[in-house]
Design a protein around this ligand. Structure first.
Ligand code: GAP
Length: 536
């Protein structure tokens, strides 16, 4: 059926406007979320009083707590729930040959292009990807228009297969994608430039097509170690934590008497001189990774790859942010050393984006280190009575992207009716920065003293705030805005019968409980254990 013919022009224009408005609204929401992150001490621009440093951010008093809780959730899920996974903490500086062996010196590049008029630098591949996204947008708009028009009766698959405009745009998209993929694969920088010229891609700032040639740009930060008189050595800030694990494989295997399959986990900073840095903490120049390399017998890697895909998605979904917000993006084009790869994508306000990568990396890295170091890096398998270089499944997640996905999906500007609103962060209680706040109803009559007594008791078990300023309503709103799951209000009745009001953040419901029971009640709700138990 030719659905498109049934859409009248007036309706289509109105719908187009509606879609554009929705997209603009999503952008506004993201800006509001970023502003909230700053206003409530979660994330600050680095070096702000010196006008900031691009794509570098600092975490504030609440941000660091949320970030630490995310890291703890990952660390304990990896190391405590798996008998065969141990952690390490390797140095950021490593011998420069490591980066030669890993391929980062020669191949960790982005193709960059400059616009002579705006003097701005872009990633050539990102400019082309944006062009591809325009085709996707056109197609999606057609689909959305038809879906709205035909309601329940709409058959999306059929529409995509028959609609003339969709088919035309899909064809153009496929042609561009094929040309682009070939140019990237062949490392053909001239062709990348030619694509930019052929598709008349303009600089979003100057609006011109006055482009330089495309050049390769290595993303690693280089610095010097040792004084120049001694002969300084060029070293790199690590662009991933994984290599620290690979070069410690033998140390851990031998000292821990580890038997295959086993894993090594690590959390730490990584640095990349990203050319295009945008979307707040999504793409940073200094960021943090949580990586785990799982060493397996050759031939068993694809089975383990599937196992880790399921284990990792379960970890994400246990947070309760909404199962529909996750999807796998399996790679159809693989790096030469990988035989399977997927991304876990999360629905950010700017679309589905990669949060975690899971790769079956064969024995590439260990073999390279064997070759470059001249040391034998093998495992003697007592069951097979033979030695081999283990294969590796890698799970690699960015702490900051995880933080962003949690923060964005938990943010709500809630209409409470009667013109009343509140901004609330519905953090899963076990990772909330502050677990509870103790609030004396008034600043007199011995209530502050009683409230302090309770807070001083609870703070041994939970991050526990105390606040006595302003009306109780304002204080509740302040705690909602930082995502505190429980407020404990001390009033005059507390002095008589030792009961307090326990206010729940999400429902705003208040219950009267005995102050002596607080530890138990809170523990069941806010401890990390409650989350970890969902994983086993
Ligand atoms: N060892 C594999 C590796 O580093 P990757 O896909 O380059 O793989 C893994 O990075 C994860 O690190 C990504 O899924 C993302 O969450 C995070 N990440 C990568 N580059 C980042 C950046 N510039 N800013 C923030 N997070 C980043």
């Amino acid at each position: 059926m030719q659905f498109d013919k049934q859409i009248n022009n007036q309706g289509a224009a109105a719908l187009q406007k509606y879609i554009e408005k929705t997209m603009a609204k999503q952008e506004d929401v993201f800006k509001t979320i970023i502003a909230h992150a700053k206003e409530y001490g979660f994330v600050f621009q680095s070096s702000e009083i010196y006008d900031g440093l691009s794509a570098v951010y600092d975490y504030g008093q609440n941000g660091v707590e949320l970030k630490n809780n995310i890291k703890r959730y990952w660390w304990e899920a990896m190391t405590m729930l798996h008998d065969n996974i141990v952690g390490i903490d390797s140095a950021i500086f490593m011998h420069p040959t490591i980066w030669k062996a890993s391929g980062h010196v020669d191949a960790f590049n982005d193709p960059l292009i400059d616009n002579r008029d705006s003097k701005k630098r872009y990633r050539a591949d990102v400019l082309i990807e944006d062009e591809l996204a325009k085709f996707d947008d056109k197609i999606n708009k057609e689909v959305a228009k038809a879906a709205k028009r035909f309601g329940e009766a709409f058959d999306e698959a059929q529409f995509r297969a028959t609609n003339a405009r969709v088919l035309e745009n899909q064809k153009k998209r496929d042609e561009l994608h094929e040309r682009f993929a070939k140019a990237m694969n062949d490392n053909n920088l001239d062709e990348l430039k030619q694509i930019i010229l052929d598709y008349e891609i303009v600089d979003p700032i100057s609006g011109t097509r006055n482009w330089t040639d495309v050049r390769q740009f290595n993303l690693m930060f280089k610095t010097e170690m040792g004084s120049t008189a001694d002969g300084a050595m060029n070293v790199y800030l690590r662009p991933e934590t994984a290599q620290g694990i690979f070069v410690n494989y033998l140390n851990v295997q031998k000292t821990g008497r580890m038997r295959l399959p086993f894993g090594i986990a690590q959390i730490g900073k990584a640095f990349r001189n990203e050319i295009v840095a945008r979307q707040f903490i999504f793409r940073m120049r200094e960021f943090e990774q949580m990586e785990m390399q799982f060493f397996v017998r050759p031939g068993e890697e694809l089975k383990w790859f599937e196992t880790w895909k399921q284990t990792r998605i379960k970890w994400h979904k246990a947070l309760g942010l909404g199962d529909e917000k996750y999807r796998f993006h399996d790679h159809d084009k693989l790096a030469h050393y990988a035989n399977a790869a997927t991304d876990i994508e999360f629905q950010m306000p700017f679309g589905f984006k990669e949060v975690e990568g899971i790769h079956s990396r064969t024995n590439f890295d260990l073999s390279q280190h064997e070759k470059f170091s001249g040391k034998k890096i093998q495992y003697f398998d007592p069951e097979l009575n033979e030695s081999y270089v283990p294969y590796v499944i890698e799970t690699s997640i960015g702490v900051d992207r995880m933080f962003l996905s949690v923060f964005c999906s938990c943010y709500e500007d809630q209409d409470l009716g009667n013109g009343d609103r509140r901004v609330v962060l519905h953090f899963p209680a076990p990772i909330a920065p502050v677990k509870c706040a103790v609030l004396p109803l008034v600043k007199k009559d011995g209530l502050p003293e009683k409230a302090r007594e309770i807070q001083h008791r609870l703070r041994f078990d939970f991050t526990c705030a105390y606040d006595e300023k302003d009306s109780i309503g304002k204080r509740y709103r302040r705690q909602d805005a930082v995502g505190t799951p429980y407020c404990i209000t001390v009033d005059h009745q507390t002095l008589e019968d030792n009961t307090v009001t326990l206010r729940h953040r999400d429902t705003m419901e208040q219950t009267r409980v005995n102050a002596d029971d607080l530890e138990k009640i809170l523990h069941d709700e806010v401890s990390l254990n409650s989350l970890l138990k969902k994983l086993v």
